[in-house]
Design a protein around this ligand. Structure first.
Ligand code: HEC
Length: 111
């Protein structure tokens, strides 16, 4: 049985990512494992939904750099002007959250 809190995966990069998650108020628009705002998609499983081990970091880095998409009529996400290291730390944090044992929440990959 893995530990429920996955402490063995709690690296310094994950901790920095958590800090970036807080100071940039990602939770002001997103929910994470059900906690937060409902303006933007749940991100507790975005790691799984967008490529996992093989593809998530590339997706995430591209996504963060492409904002705002400026698609008319679509909700916008700001650009946070993060460094590559910061983007990697946030990706590690989202990977960590995807691997926590949260009783299969959210109920499907689309959150
Ligand atoms: C002002 C609101 C807002 C804030 C703050 C915000 N986002 Fe978003 N985010 C959005 C919206 C809206 C979308 C969906 C956009 C779309 O589908 O075109 C989104 C989408 C995403 C996606 C893609 C989700 C998917 O299912 O593909 C990721 C990853 C993401 N945000 C990460 C973050 C992170 C990390 C932060 C904090 C650094 C953050 N967001 C802060 C509004 C926000």
């Amino acid at each position: 049985m893995p530990q429920r809190d996955h402490r063995e995966n709690l690296t310094e990069s994950v901790e920095r990512g958590k800090m970036l998650w807080e100071v940039n108020n990602c939770v002001g628009c997103h929910s994470l494992i059900g906690e937060g705002a409902y303006f933007a998609p749940e991100l507790g499983n975005v790691y799984v939904r967008r490529g996992g081990e093989a593809g998530f970091k590339a997706f995430f880095s591209g996504w963060m750099k492409a904002q705002p998409l400026n698609i008319p009529g679509r909700r916008q996400m700001p650009n946070f002007h993060l460094t590559d290291q910061e983007i990697d730390d946030l990706a590690e944090f989202l990977k960590f959250t995807a691997q926590m044992d949260v009783n299969d929440w959210p109920p499907n990959d689309e959150g």
